[in-house]
Design a protein around this ligand. Structure first.
Ligand code: AMP
Length: 475
């Protein structure tokens, strides 16, 4: 299917062609025809699937047609898009601007953390589409700067994240201010009970669109894990960054302070880097993000909340410097690369105390993340010691829990020989991904089946010792 087959008007098609969109992604293919018919939609899809265009294009087209049918169309907020974070709100805004390049439709974005004066100026000029985070929107409604009385199209994006961030009450308050006769679209990466309940309250007879489970987008991402003591992680990161093939790297830190330390150490090593996290002002975050997007800096360190909604074309690598506490977050993080089926590389650093987190992630994604080895820096998983020093001798015996088969060991050795340093290995992986990404485009975002994960894990031929196993052995 092509965009021409979706009955989109010429000015939109032109903007899409200029943006290089040739083939609609699965969610676009499914959602656009339904939304053009003014039906409500409940979509399970994460950022990276082309979800924004899936709702933005039909909204723009419907608005355009309505305006065409009016003799003196007035600018009024007829579309409200709610997003959990400033970054995502800006992202959606940018997309609306690009898609409406050849339409006389205005979009404005509002979010907290910055002075409201510029946003108010923009609003006073008149807007058709308002993209907002809930807090700032409620503020401006209370000040009677914004009214939602004319909203015909309502989008709730990343509803599960709004729930996580405690915005659901605000969202409900906002929705009550929008007229009942409207078209509503709710998108969420996951569908916990609370989101289903919310959808039942807000949507009328929605068409349910479920894009291949988020886990399956993992197939286009080349994943690996290093076993590395916590204090060695920074050395490993600096070592990996020597490889220029790591062109655009997003590093995830668990805490804001951790992110600052990573930035400090990378700077000391002569690597240009910035951080975005909750303690940074909105303008500092935006500056860092722009520098990263424009490729002025190679490395951006982020915490989860700040990274939500980051959409950087050609993000080559995601580094999980700290493993996330919530397994699902791992998918969101590595989904920053591999956008729209393009492929990318995700590297995780796992220190001994994070082994349980790794196990939980692997269980969640239903695959073993292949181990990356580096002669000097990586630990053999069987040597991970979680017990006191005096028991170490016994613990080392836990090697016996490894069930290496010869062929796997062989492949490990040969891969070591082939590429003595793991960065090269990553590079070739990333190249492999690049070459497949073209095919992926051709195939219109073909995601392979989960089965491949299972095959993948089997072919590794070894199982890692769990902490429990280690402990049992050493007792
Ligand atoms: P989203 O899920 O909306 O955040 O989109 C993820 C990325 O895919 C963004 O960089 C979009 O510009 C891009 N994208 C969305 N739809 C398409 C398409 N049909 N063809 C190529 N790229 C797309």
């Amino acid at each position: 299917m092509k965009f021409q087959d979706l009955n989109l008007i010429e000015p939109i098609q032109k903007a899409l062609t200029e943006k290089g969109y040739l083939i609609p992604s699965p969610i676009q293919e499914q959602a656009i025809p339904v939304l053009l018919k003014n039906k409500d939609v409940l979509g399970s899809a994460q950022t990276g699937t082309g979800k924004t265009a899936a709702f933005a294009l039909p909204i723009l087209q419907n608005l355009y047609k309505e305006k065409q049918s009016q003799t003196h169309p007035k600018r009024k907020i007829s579309t409200l898009v709610l997003a959990p974070t400033r970054e995502l709100a800006l992202q959606i805004y940018d997309n609306f601007i690009e898609y409406s390049k050849y339409l006389d439709i205005n979009t404005t974005v509002i979010f907290g953390g910055v002075k409201q004066s510029n946003q108010v100026k923009e609003l006073n000029r008149g807007t058709d589409i308002l993209v907002a985070t809930p807090g700032r929107l409620l503020d401006l409604i209370q000040q009677k700067i914004v009214s939602l009385l004319d909203v015909d199209y309502l989008v709730l994006d990343e509803a599960d994240r709004m729930l996580d961030m405690g915005f659901i009450k605000d969202v409900k308050r906002i929705v009550k201010m929008v007229k009942a006769k409207r078209q509503t679209m709710l998108f969420s990466a996951t569908m916990p009970k609370e989101i289903i309940n919310l959808a039942n309250q807000l949507l009328q007879d929605p068409v349910r669109i479920q894009i291949t489970p988020v886990e399956e987008t993992l197939d286009v991402i080349n994943q690996s894990v290093y076993f590395i003591p916590k204090k060695e992680k920074i050395k490993l990161l600096i070592h990996l960054l020597k490889n220029k093939e790591l062109k655009s790297v997003l590093v995830f830190s668990r805490t804001k302070y951790g992110a600052n330390y990573i930035v400090r150490d990378l700077n000391q090593a002569g690597i240009q880097v910035s951080a975005i996290h909750g303690n940074k002002s909105q303008s500092a975050r935006q500056k860092a993000l722009n520098a990263f997007k424009n490729k002025e800096i190679r490395v951006l360190v982020a915490t989860d909340i700040a990274a939500r909604g980051i959409d950087v074309d050609d993000l080559s690598h995601v580094v999980n410097y700290d493993l996330p506490e919530v397994p699902e977050t791992y998918i969101h993080r590595i989904g920053r690369t591999g956008r729209a089926g393009r492929g990318g590389v995700a590297i995780a650093f796992c220190s001994p105390e994070q082994f349980d987190l790794l196990k939980a992630i692997e269980k969640h994604i239903d695959m073993k993340i292949p181990e990356s080895k580096d002669d000097k820096l990586s630990l053999d998983p069987s040597k991970i010691v979680t017990t006191p020093k005096k028991n170490r001798k016994k613990t080392t015996n836990s090697k016996s829990v490894r069930t290496d088969n010869t062929s796997n060991r062989k492949s490990n050795n040969s891969s070591k020989k082939k590429s003595n340093n793991s960065s090269n290995k990553q590079t070739s992986n990333s190249n492999k991904n690049k070459s497949t990404s073209k095919d992926t485009n051709k195939k219109n975002y073909t995601y392979s089946k989960k089965k491949s994960h299972k095959n993948n894990s089997k072919s590794r031929g070894y199982s890692r010792p769990s902490n429990k196993q280690n402990n049992r052995k050493s007792r």
